[in-house]
Design a protein around this ligand. Structure first.
Ligand code: TRP
Length: 486
């Protein structure tokens, strides 16, 4: 039963949406993952491809999700049902809403564990647990932190409880109030850390590492990682942005807000690189350390530096806040669905969701200790959640969103919501019809082992395919639309 007559919550302040969506976008993905995959895939060239993916795929898809949310004024499930109904398209498309909502929820089930690492490292920094530790000790500390389920479980439980407390308070009093002070706080902390890094002696090297384009280091694996990460870092295809968009006032410009969010997200990722790499280089460490970069190399480096503990505290405080403002966005879809259309109070919805979340995240947490060998085809619970969401649900959801907006829905509602000049509208349409689907299909082909595209070698073919598909698609599109509408 829907309660369409109830006035729906909206962001209170002018910056409400931008802050909340930036809070969702800026997370462990920016500060933990972006620097380490940049390190692994060789620096500047990877950064350039990543920027291209954000521009060509991330921004158009984000605009679409916000437009869906605002048009449908509801959780992904309700919003998509309404949007699809309005244009008289096949109702199967509204399954995309379920996919997105489930995806966000599943991401949080393992994200809470990684966020728990961050909180526990903040605590370790505060209590001086790293004093005098060597490189081997750092590995030992990381392993010991994971080994004890009560310890690790305490931290992931803390993340779940904090998330549900904030979400349970509601859109304005919970989410908006929290991001209004956390986001500026984070930026200030990041700026202080960059200034610190600038004096550490490794800044020039870090700058060159991040921004000098060396085509030789461009691997096709790196390019696929860049596209996948563009989705993850913008919180796309998982209900977060769509639900936040449903609280966006009608007068706000979707294009402009999307640009602000994507730019802020990118700037923070680059700033995180500029904060972390100087410290890594100044201590003679390697940038390609993988996931341990900020949990092993960085604490070690901090420890060797003047006032390192203080800045280490600042770093993990910032990371924990970034993780929390992302966590709340991942369950907002589910909580808003329960409270809008199932007639449950928001508080009950939040705690109900929280209990299920806690149970599954605990299973994911156990993957690092007692449940390490509870595997199915070689993957632990944690790995499965990561694999299913990152490799399947997000690309599928993104593909669905792009095709739905590009071919299936009537043009007018989308044009109206987006409210951009005709030239920009055509660019957006080109991106959701051809660029994004083609990019996502390439990821799929790679993930399924159907075809491995060597971008360096195959780019003329890819370009040709894009032109050809666009021409055929445009010639056939009325027929294509009829076919897709079923
Ligand atoms: N964007 C966040 C990050 O970079 C992660 C995130 C938050 C997310 N909400 C999401 C990812 C929803 C997918 C879906 O850390």
């Amino acid at each position: 039963m829907t309660t369409d007559t109830q006035p729906r919550a909206q962001w209170l302040g002018r910056w409400g949406f931008v802050l909340a969506a930036t809070g969702s976008a800026v997370g462990l993905g920016n500060i933990w993952k972006f620097p380490y995959i940049t390190g692994e895939y060789g620096g500047g060239a990877f950064v350039l491809v990543y920027l291209a993916c954000i521009l060509a795929v991330g921004i158009p898809v984000m605009m679409t999700e916000i437009a869906f949310g605002r048009r449908g004024r509801g959780s992904p499930v309700d919003a998509l049902r309404r949007v699809v109904k309005e244009s008289g398209s096949g109702s199967a498309w509204s399954l995309l809403g379920w996919l997105a909502m489930l995806c966000g929820f599943m991401i949080l089930c393992f994200y809470a564990v990684v966020a728990g690492w961050s909180f526990s490292y903040l605590w370790k920094m505060l209590t001086g647990a790293f004093a005098g530790a060597t490189g081997d000790d750092m590995v030992g500390i990381f392993v010991a932190n994971n080994e004890n389920p009560l310890n690790l479980g305490f931290w992931s439980t803390l993340v779940v409880v904090a998330t549900m407390l904030i979400v349970g308070k509601g859109v304005q009093a919970g989410i908006e109030r929290c991001v209004t002070w956390m986001m500026p706080g984070m930026v200030v902390m990041l700026a202080i850390l960059i200034a610190y890094g600038a004096f550490s002696g490794g800044f020039g090297e870090a700058w060159r590492f991040l921004f000098s384009f060396n085509a030789g280091s461009l691997s096709s694996e790196g390019m696929l990682a860049a596209l996948g990460h563009a989705f993850f870092t913008l919180s796309l295809a998982s209900g977060a942005i769509l639900t936040y968009g449903s609280y966006l006032p009608a007068r706000a410009s979707i294009a402009r807000t999307t640009l602000s969010v994507a730019a802020a997200d990118t700037v923070v990722a680059l700033m995180a690189g500029l904060a972390i790499f100087p410290i890594i280089f100044a201590n003679g460490m390697s940038p390609g350390e993988g996931p341990g970069l900020i949990f092993m190399s960085l604490p070690l480096a901090f420890q060797a530096m003047p006032l390192g503990t203080l800045f280490g505290i600042l770093f993990f405080m910032m990371l924990s806040m970034a993780a929390l403002t992302s966590s709340i966005s991942m369950v907002e879809a589910t909580v808003s669905w329960l409270s809008d259309s199932k007639g449950v109070s928001r508080r009950t919805a939040a705690w109900g969701t929280g209990i299920v979340l806690w149970l599954i995240s605990t299973l994911a947490m156990l993957s690092f200790n007692v449940g390490a060998d509870w595997t199915l085809v070689g993957r632990t619970v944690f790995d499965w959640l990561d694999y299913l969401t990152a490799r399947w649900m997000m690309p599928l959801g993104g593909l669905g969103v792009a095709l739905l907006a590009g071919f299936v829905l009537k043009n007018e509602p989308m044009r109206e919501e987006l409210g951009v000049p005709p030239g920009w509208y055509a660019l957006w349409l080109f991106a959701v019809r051809y660029l994004a689907p083609l990019g996502i299909l390439v990821i799929f082909a790679d993930a399924l082992g159907i075809a491995r595209i060597e971008f360096g070698l195959h780019w003329p073919w890819l370009l040709g395919a894009l032109v050809l598909i666009t021409l055929v698609g445009e010639l056939a599109s009325p027929r294509l639309r009829r076919a897709l509408m079923g």
